[in-house]
Design a binder for this molecule. Structure first.
Ligand code: G1P
Length: 288
């Protein structure tokens, strides 16, 4: 079994649920406490052994590339002023040379199309997809748990979670061949099912391990829910050829593409921050 070394991060979305802030700041660059959401996603990927991150970007997302590059004036100024902790923090966010690639999705044709845009960089090996909106807090990072699960069953693995009542029509929903423990064989999946038709209460929540055969299916995948080329539809077809497992990781997910989800993430991460936890607790308590 080939190791999972690369991850695709679709970051072309407009962030309509977090406007107006996302008008000029890519939603993935909105802060959770003291650094952008993407910073946590990259740390999670690295902890799972990811060696190469492929960002699928779009118009107005240049801040992402700038964040993962040197800022010579800023670094010089921090050094001159002796702010060496801050300098080390900023430099610690930088990729190793060649660790990141950026491809442009030139039209918003859907998640399936976004992933397909990364095909030449991924090549012929299994890869992860990380949806950066979904910030996953866990003692063992969520993608590491997923890769560990993948290493026991191979094929394709999709992270799923319990769907809040009445919300299934917003997500990809999976069908399982029985449920025992956290890792279960899948029998089907459907993107944004009509209310009342969902095959289970488990939704696809934002981490995937996929085999490269998905790309040939994505290449000729027609439009699905919302008139978009859906990753879920191509995965449902790949399921006829290769096994899929649904995996429930151990941790808490914050949907940072949503205003309240982003707020919850900020509160939760502030309360765990090594330097800020006490001050954050006092500030939050005072507000309540
Ligand atoms: C996408 C996926 C969907 C998944 C969701 C998780 O939908 O297509 O299967 O459940 O992300 O956030 P979107 O949020 O782009 O509509």
């Amino acid at each position: 079994m080939k190791p999972v070394r690369k991850a695709v991060l679709p970051v072309a979305g407009m962030g309509t649920r977090v406007l107006p802030g996302a008008k000029t700041t890519p939603k993935e660059m909105l802060n959770v406490v003291d650094r952008p959401i993407l910073s946590y996603i990259i740390a999670e990927g690295r902890a799972a052994g990811i060696e190469h991150f492929v960002f699928v970007t779009g118009r107005g997302k240049g801040a992402i590339e700038d964040y993962f590059d040197h800022h010579p004036e800023l670094e010089a100024q921090l050094e001159a002023k002796g702010k060496l902790d801050l300098l080390a923090d900023i430099q610690g966010e930088l990729p190793r040379p060649g660790e990141m690639s950026f491809v442009r999705q030139m039209a918003p044709l859907g998640l399936g199309h976004a992933v397909w845009c990364a095909r030449d960089i991924i090549g012929d090996e299994p890869f992860a997809v990380m949806l950066p909106d979904m910030l996953m807090a866990a003692d063992v990072p969520a993608l590491k748990q997923t890769v560990d699960a993948y290493n026991t069953v191979g094929g394709n693995v999709v992270v799923v979670e319990q769907c809040p009542e009445g919300q299934a029509h917003k997500y990809g929903i999976v069908a399982l061949d029985g449920q025992a423990g956290r890792l279960n064989r899948m029998t089907g999946m459907v993107e944004k099912p009509a209310p009342g038709t969902e095959p289970s209460n488990l939704f696809i929540s934002g981490r995937y391990i996929l085999q490269p055969e998905i790309f040939a299916l994505l290449a000729e995948q027609g439009k699905g829910a919302g008139g978009e080329i859906q990753l879920t539809d191509a995965m449902a077809r790949l399921m006829a050829l290769e096994p899929f497992h649904a995996f429930e990781y151990d941790g808490v997910t914050y949907d940072c593409g949503d205003k309240i989800g982003l707020l919850r993430a900020n509160v939760a991460f502030a309360l765990k921050h090594p330097d800020l936890a006490d001050a954050a607790r006092a500030a939050i308590t005072a507000l309540l």
